[in-house]
Ligand binder design. Sequence first.
Ligand code: ATP
Ligand code: MG
Length: 391
Amino acid sequence: MTDISSMEPLLPSDGNRRLEDLVAELIEKASRFAARLNPVLHRELGDLVRFMNCYYSNLIEGHNTHPVDINRALRGDYSRDAKKRNLQLEARAHIEVQAMIDRGEMPHPVVSLEGILWLHREFCIRMPDDLLWVENPETKEKLPVVPGELRMHHVQVGIHVAPEPEVLPDLLRRFTEVYGSRGLSRVQRLIAVAASHHRLGWIHPFMDGNGRVMRLFSHAMLRELGVGSELWSVSRGLAREVKTYRDLLMAADEPRRGDLDGRGNLTEAGLSRFCEFFLASCIDQVSFMESLMEPAELLNRLTVWCEEEMLAKRLPRGSLPLLREAVIAGEFARGQAVALTGYQERQAGTVLNTLIKKGVLVSPTSRSKVRLGFPEDVVERWLPRLYPITN
Ligand SMILES: Nc1ncnc2c1ncn2[C@@H]1O[C@H](COP(=O)(O)OP(=O)(O)OP(=O)(O)O)[C@@H](O)[C@H]1O
Ligand SMILES: [Mg+2]
């Protein structure tokens, strides 16, 4: 029978220099990135990155929902094909739950039983019924996934036999005590983000959806620590190295390998290795997003694109200064279009309206300021490799 000591150690021993260095690098890179971007651009890009995050998090599960279909789902346009429609709903669910986290609407501390159940509940209540069943691989019995409820059946993840349902409350109590402890230093808390990702997978609290909940949980923890933001997500990193992610999760489930491998029931070396991978993936993603959104680089790519469009007569002359202003200033008043383009009011208005019509500039009302928009057809040019456009 599993008891709470079965999942020890919950944290790698103190004084692990590699982990401490990775944490220091993550804090430094994440704060530099956060300070650099214009706040208005920040908001627009947040939507795009949430979108990307859901694409990657579901991809890890093997659910490949094309970005075009996710976009349609966000507009309420669902496929007639039931399978595709289900995946669209699933993608939308992921985005909505992350948006609540990012807006600070999580009603419980992240590291709490209530917080974890809330994540699962909010994600699952948005899911189509078809996706709320799992099949027992041996008996073929169909078992329901109840939103926000701990599982009542045994499960196995790969070769790991997850703990018995009866001990889940005790394990989660210990889990939240340790990872939510006020006694942890900032560095330890960030190592705890990585370690808890594995231990939550090991506990496997729910019948299904554990992976998505784990990734949303880690995202929320990073955000709570002021390191995570809506502008980057570790899911992209995990999805790009999904085999290593799975292998290292699995390796950290193994029992302690002798006297030099910590003092718990499970391998400490395996846990540290997983934490290294997780933190390095975070650093990678911050760096990638930083380079992608670096204002000068973004401006270069946008300029090249705009010049091509003007040459092909798909955009009117005078478009570039308006787009540039949106990148540099974040937003500008419509009245500024005259000064920016050097055109007469009417002509400047035509240019502005063409850009709004194309979605590259957005403005909630006909009087409000305009900001940069990111319609599907330009994302790959302005922000290459944000997500792979597959067919
Ligand atoms: N050996 C393991 N140890 C700990 N956690 C694991 C292990 N193998 C897989 N996991 C985690 O469990 C998840 C799968 O669990 P489950 O099917 O309940 O989640 P999901 O959200 O439906 O799927 P997915 O995570 O694949 O999107 C994996 O994504 C991974 O995050
Ligand atoms: Mg699953």
